[in-house]
Design a protein around this ligand. Structure first.
Ligand SMILES: Cc1ncc(COP(=O)(O)O)c(C=O)c1O
Length: 404
């Protein structure tokens, strides 16, 4: 794996200072329950492993995406599957997003409970449990949108919505590449749009088309070619739908890797990028429009770990392993320690490789590591410690954590 010099993106590449207060989770919860906030809590006071969010970087990312959307006259409905956290969704909307996208019905339920509107659920909700919950949700949140990729599902939704006297807003899910979910672009997709438009209880709003295969193509020009090739037929189907008299108004898609490509595709009017909000090591590797490292957005999410063994010169052991990091990618976490790399060393342990270390690493040190893949990494944690510099300023519950 090519090193990506993530450390350079952070203001502090040194381990956080030690203050020695040592709050445990319950004490932090009690402070919050008393309404006392958590003032005076320092990063180094936290139990490890903990998930930290750098607020300065988060704000930078939110503002950068909002500026981009404004500049290119495109709506932003960022994907909340990355963070699953109502506080973050609210910040995105406060900065101009028209709403947020969700991957699961639970994400949509939790966000609705928290007062977040403008939800688009980008996965098909199939079966009686999910359909009933969608209808209940639509009663509370009439602007919620769901996706459909086959006529049987459309009929089921129509029947259920009619029986419940609820109107469901629908986007046709068109699959640009993957044979995962979505209908292939072309006449069948246009027919499905027309069918949804004709069914009682359903209201067609447009098309959802997410080219996940384009998002991590390495090299900006190659990625541009890939996304343009696969998104063009999707957008064409969207335009055909509108021409055929079906009211297709929203054309939603895009990712952190393609946000500055898809916004130039004629017809695309909504971006649903997700990872940009906190970034990760994997995204840094894909390269940006201006260089080999993708630096459009800043890494904001780290795991705080403790060095629990330093009995050798060339390695150290930290208390964060498989249970602390998503391990689905070929890249691992990146320590914010110049010249130091990390490898998994078991469920609870990881190894720091110190052969090229430019900083001292000592027994008991606290170390921060950029997460390899942000979405599943967030999902491993119950709470996010929100930091301004070295101070913990808030704790946000990962309210929609889970996979249902
Ligand atoms: C349907 C859908 N839209 C948007 C996104 C956001 O992509 P990214 O996190 O790469 O920006 C995802 C991510 O998996 C997705 O599944």
């Amino acid at each position: 794996m090519k090193p990506t010099a993530v450390t350079a993106a952070f203001a502090t590449a040194a381990p956080p200072a030690q203050s020695g207060k040592g709050y445990n989770l319950e004490e932090i919860e009690q402070k919050l329950a008393k309404g006392a906030g958590i003032s005076g809590v320092h990063k180094a006071d936290l139990p490890t492993p903990s998930l930290l969010l750098d607020l300065d970087s988060l704000e930078f990312n939110i503002n950068r995406a909002a500026d981009h959307a404004k500049k290119y006259g495109i709506d932003l409905r960022p994907h909340a599957k990355t963070h699953k956290t109502p506080e973050i969704a609210k910040l995105q909307i406060a900065a101009g997003a028209v709403g947020v996208s969700c991957a699961t019905i639970r994400e949509a339920e939790v966000l609705t409970d928290a007062g977040v509107g403008g939800l688009l659920i980008t996965s098909e909700l199939v079966g009686p449990n999910k359909i009933a919950r969608l209808l209940r949700l639509a009663r509370r949140a009439p602007d919620v949108m769901a996706v459909v990729d086959n006529p049987i599902h459309a009929e089921q939704l129509s029947e259920a919505a009619t029986a419940a006297n609820v109107k469901l807003n629908i986007l046709i899910d068109i699959d640009p590449t993957g044979r995962r979910s979505g209908i292939a672009p072309g006449p069948a997709a246009v027919e499905l749009g027309k069918k949804v438009d004709s069914l009682p209880g359903l209201e067609l709003w447009g098309v959802h088309g997410y080219s996940g295969a384009s998002s991590h193509v390495v090299g900006f020009e190659a990625r541009k070619e890939h996304s343009t090739q696969y998104m063009t037929p999707v957008i064409d189907s969207f335009q055909q739908m509108a021409k055929a008299g079906a009211p297709a108004r929203i054309m939603s898609g895009g990712s952190t890797g393609t946000y500055n490509i898809d916004c130039h595709l004629d017809g695309m009017n909504e971006l649903q990028m997700g990872s940009y909000i906190v970034m990760d090591v994997d995204y840094r590797r894909i390269g940006g429009a201006s260089g080999e490292v993708y630096t459009d957005f800043k890494p904001a999410l780290t795991v705080l770990a403790t060095v629990v063994n330093k009995n050798y010169d060339d390695i150290a052991t930290v208390d964060s392993g498989i249970k602390s990091f998503a391990t689905d990618r070929t890249c691992g976490p990146e320590p914010l320690l110049d010249g130091v790399t990390y490898s998994i060393n078991g469920d609870e342990h990881g190894r720091l490789h110190l052969e090229n270390a430019k900083v001292a690493v000592n027994f008991g040190d606290k170390v921060e590591l950029i997460v390899p893949h942000c979405d599943p990494n967030v999902n491993l944690y119950e709470r996010i410690y929100v930091c301004r510099g070295d101070n913990v300023v808030e704790v946000w519950k990962v309210g929609a954590r889970g996979n249902i």
